[in-house]
Design a protein. Sequence first.
Length: 377
Amino acid sequence: MTEIFDFGDDLGPTKVIHVYEPSIELRAILVIDNVAAGPSVGGVRMAPDVSVEECFRLARAMTMKNAAAELPHGGGKAVLFGDPKMPARDKQKLLRAMASSLRNVEDYIFAPDMGTDEVCMAWVKDEIGRVVGLPRELGGIPLDEIGATGWGLAHAADVAASFCDLALRGARVVVQGFGAVGKHAARFLIDKGAVLVAASDSRGATFNADGLDIHALMDLKQAGKSVSDYAGGTRLEPEAVIDIECDIWVPAARPDVINEENVHRLRSKMMIQGANIPATAGAERSLHESGILCVPDFIANAGGVICAAMEYQGAGESMVFPVIEDKIRRNTRSVLDAAASQNILPREAAVDLATKRVKRAMNYRRYSLFSSAPGFV
Ligand code: NAD
């Protein structure tokens, strides 16, 4: 494998498929990383420029996330090349053609990601049926609308608080990226007694040490405005939320927002990672050394995929919250206990937990009988 790609290891990837259909300018990549636990689930990202290697990294992140959450699914990811804002009819043609080309690749279940949504998944359902993240009318559970990921983040924060002598009641929260993940994380933390003191979006930020009115902020976003238009707070640049002293800092926007250049500015007791890879590896180590507790992305933000996996099995909306709560609380505790007892980073403990689960699942497969690789019995 290393002769073909300079990525990959004993977990995967198991398949890399390129889809090319010149007649409609369809170009896509599917990376299926590991399917020991079951068919892979991972979103279709629509973007003009994503490499095979990046697709693999995203697929591996799904292997880790699904294994940590003990879902009967492996990890995969697909990229559809194109502008996600293209006319809906053209987008529909591409999604339908992509699904149709991958009709027989049964170890990949389509899901939404950046640039695709539940409408796109409805087209996939119509073509091949193997999909999650559907509209309500088709039996889907609208995970962003109900705040599945935010619910999990609030529980991760609740468990992590006990590891740094913090009470959620009165804890000051800053949310970077007041979108589907960030706003619901804030809402559920406020329900637990925390105070949202700052929030940002791509256009600006707002700050009030006495607390922001979450419903007023949500109304502003609903009306297409920025949180910085909120009348009850001081208007700031988006970047300024990094400097606001708080107890819980929730990144819920972009990757690598905390890096070696700005990590020293963060003054918080903990970081609960809503976004995927919001901090670079070096920044995460610095946070650890300065005593800021991090709950890693694929442990804290698994609420969405847990919800999607339950939808695939036909669960109803009311069933998902208790399951997300249980899984994320258990995993957060295991990871933080292991990190503390072994004096390692929470991310190292999380990768260890997920990798062991993947390897145990691999041991249940027939091919383990023929393997001499370490870890197989
Ligand atoms: P979203 O588009 O609903 O929200 C993102 C928010 O971030 C928007 O308000 C946007 O204005 C803001 N933003 C963008 N750039 C910013 C910047 N530089 N500074 C401040 N704010 C900025 O997206 P989402 O679904 O909430 O996802 C957010 C992140 O969480 C992404 O990294 C996504 O991959 C990850 N994630 C999402 C889910 C889910 O269930 N939606 C699950 C796991 C991980």
